[in-house]
Design a protein around this ligand. Structure first.
Ligand code: NAP
Length: 310
């Protein structure tokens, strides 16, 4: 019997609603010299996935959905020296690859070794969300112990990690969430939780060093008022207006998350040592990709969504 050369993957051939997602049999990719082929155990779901599906970030079609994965190295390109067949790894896929699949391609700087104490489902939930929080708070805003940070959507994928990282760093953490998620955000370590549906956060908070804007629009607009002079508004979704930043004596920066295996390794250590929790709210099989994206698109999924690929 010849070895199987195909794989199952969730692809799109056109941009559109959830019905463009198709679970298909397709050729298994071959790693280039600087890539490894990884057998996927679990794939993380992020809001950017449905945004890509709808065509907000155009790329050649057809494309395989998904960025985050956890799995085992199946084969390596000739330039890969740090990883071997059988190694457990997690991270972000290479260009033209996709996580909602039985196999993905990845380059070494975008992956980290998966420690034994971290299971595939939680590992797959980490890359985009945790790295975004880490890079926004520490690399961009330079958050330090003793500073005050306001985290919007503190119950969300990014916000949940941001609350924990900021607390771990020694900051005073204020999060916004609906009443349904207030206890959850407090358990993550927030000092204060504001119900954004009942309370105008700009009337309840002031003199903040850093705002993490995960929402944009009116939320970003009202956030300038809570910043102290010299503070930083970091947005994940909308470029902050520079004239508004100047008027408030603050910095306004749009962050674009980058794959960083070295930072993922640090975060994995924090998870294994119990300092950071990974809250996976929903686990679905690969066939559940449509349901997963529909849930993500509601904007009210508390915690992460992961596809198990067995
Ligand atoms: N620039 C980048 O590189 C980058 C990277 C990652 C993510 N992003 C973007 O950042 C955004 C957040 O990502 P995510 O993964 O954290 O999303 P998510 O997990 O889908 O966020 C869901 C959370 O948002 C909360 N929420 C919704 N509306 C809110 C409001 N007006 N005020 C406060 N909280 C609100 C919900 O809380 P309740 O259910 O309690 O209402 C829910 O817990 C997405 O738009 C994503 O595409 C950008």
């Amino acid at each position: 019997m010849t070895a199987k050369t195909t794989m199952k993957a969730v692809r799109i051939h056109a941009y559109g609603g959830p019905d463009v997602l198709q679970l298909e049999e397709m050729p298994r990719p071959e790693p280039r010299a600087n890539e490894m082929l990884i057998r996927v155990q679990a794939a993380g779901v992020n809001p950017v996935d449905w945004k890509i599906r709808e065509g907000h970030f155009p790329a050649p079609l057809p494309l395989i959905m998904g960025i985050d994965f956890s799995g085992k190295v199946e084969s390596v390109g000739r330039e890969i020296s740090d990883y071997r067949v059988g190694d457990a790894v997690f991270g972000q896929v290479a260009d033209e690859s996709g996580g909602y699949a039985e196999y993905v391609l990845a380059v070494a700087p975008s992956v980290a070794r998966k420690p034994e104490g971290l299971d595939d489902v939680r590992a797959a939930a980490l890359p985009v969300a945790s790295l975004t929080a880490w890079q926004a708070l520490f690399d961009t805003a330079g958050l330090e112990a003793g500073q005050k940070v306001l985290i919007h959507a503190a119950a969300g994928g990014v916000g949940g990690f941001a609350v924990q990282f900021a607390k771990w760093k020694g900051a005073h953490v204020i999060g916004t969430a609906s009443a349904d998620h207030a206890d959850f955000v407090r358990q993550l370590g927030a000092n204060e939780v504001i119900d954004y549906r009942k309370t105008k956060f700009e009337e309840a908070v002031r003199d903040v060093d850093v705002v993490l804007d995960t929402i944009g629009g009116d939320t970003q607009e009202r956030s300038w008022r809570v910043l102290k002079r010299g503070g930083t508004l970091v947005s994940l979704v909308q470029p902050p207006a520079q004239e508004k930043a100047a008027a408030h004596g603050a910095r306004g920066i749009l962050v674009r998350q980058k794959p960083r295996g070295d930072q993922l390794a640090k975060i994995a250590d924090l998870v294994v040592s119990g300092k950071i929790k990974v809250t996976v709210e929903t686990v679905l099989p690969l066939q559940g990709a449509r349901k997963a994206q529909e849930l993500s698109q509601t904007g009210h999924a508390g915690g992460k969504i992961v596809l198990e690929v067995k």
